[in-house]
Design a protein around this ligand. Sequence first.
Ligand code: 3UK
Length: 540
Amino acid sequence: MIATGYTDTYARDNLPPRDQWPDMEPTLPELHYPDRLNCAAALLDEMVAKGHGASPAIHSHEGTWTYAALLEKVDRIAHVLRGPLGLQAGNRVLLRGANSPMMAACALAVLKAGCILVPTMPLLRAKELSVVIDKARVNAVLCSAALAGELEGARSQTGMAGPALYFGDAEAAGSLEQAMAGQPASFSAADTAADDVCIIGFTSGTTGVPKGTMHFHRDVLAICDCFPRSTLRSEANDVFIGTPPLAFTFGLGGLLLFPLRVGASAVLLERLTPDLLLKAIQDFRATVCFTAPTFYRLMAPLAGGYDLSSLKKAVSAGEALPKATRTLWRESTGLEIIDGIGATEMLHIFISAAGDAVRPGATGKAIPGYQACVLGPDGEVLPPGEVGQLAVKGPTGCRYLDDPRQQQYVRNGWNLTGDAYRMDQDGYFWYHARTDDMIISAGYNIAAPEVEEALMCHAAVAECAVVGWPDEERGQIVKAFVVLRPGHDAGAALARALQEHVKQTVAPYKYPRAVEFLDALPRTQSGKLQRHVLRSAPPK
Ligand code: 3UK
């Protein structure tokens, strides 16, 4: 490893042993970076030096910040961190807030100051924040004033001594904005190693204690130089928009890192609904949208009410994209969705396809820079057509912070994402299920998403979720939870119609023997369906 630029080496000291890392040797020449590398300086200072100072960087309802304006904010915050807050290089800074320009500036400032960014989902409660604070040994917090309550709760629960500064209420005494005003407008980036840890991203932890995934300065540039170049083909005049929080690496990449890397701009808005996102695409003339499959599904019927002529690309990730959703979106906007599978462990998307290369129903191919294959139960590579565990490697990969689960995620240099996939003759990857979402009913293996896909083709179904339900006779039965579109009545007749519809669409043994109607499905903040919630205590 390269000599660290950090005086606090907690993150480096808690990387997994080298033999438990995935293979991360870059296969493309453009993914080799200099040994001394600060990713924030590469994304911001270098772009200003290249002449992007006056270009727009971030838009919000409050106005637009140019690259030069963003740089000045970032530098003042970096001074606050290293000056008044007394942080050293390598310290961890927890960041908390809904998407906003200040959130973006704080994230970049932490990286530029040589501290480690620990982004957290806005809705986390004190108890969940405490786990993150303890695990990452957080030294200081930058938090939106609107989210102070749960944070203060967590700080007292953990006895965290480090300081917290609040932004978003500039008038409040002691706000981050006031601290910034007293600092110099220019900060020279901390001299960090390309392989110094710069982000600890926590997994959503749908089950068990959240895992801290560690990423280096060079990983941040690597994701910018893979998917956006080969697949998205983003350009300086692009305007990025979307829903994922910056705390979720899908959002951090898509709504901050990717635009900056090419001199483009991003629209950062909090609290987006399908209607508000469509309106924002129209009003900001956005060209690239990042969101989850359900959001496309909910936006499709509303799209006709807006002028979406600026929109060129629509990226979907976080969950499998049902074919029905792809079709709905294409029919209402003329755009073929760019599906992509990513993971917090991998930082961003590694299998995808765009434009003419799309095969509806498949996620896509391994993007340039990454390799993928399907493994059998003994870790052997399976031939095309067989379903097994998805395995992937590339310039990024899983390094958990002090976690025994490292050895489950990484085997023989491959990252195992926990997804069941099959690869076809042409190298396209077809999603089946999370390996723990396979239902075994009377000896049949049934992938929950396949049944959901069939249900979603029925006109009455807005959203649905399928799980394995305990059953004495069959071990498990297929059970569907269904949210109806307006104008359809829940009841036995519709349940029977849905069962019949599934039997006509896929092999009849896969039909849901139980159907329950719900008003909404339980989802994580990153938009993922929480099947385990339905399996344990279905909401009434
Ligand atoms: C699932 C998908 C099918 C899959 C993420 C893009 O979702 C992200 O990270 P997470 O750690 O979850 C990872 C898991 O989510 N998944 C994601 N995308 C797809 N399944 N098709 C897809 N297109 O189970 C994966 O293992 O929350 C996505 C970029 C960055 C991310 N962190």
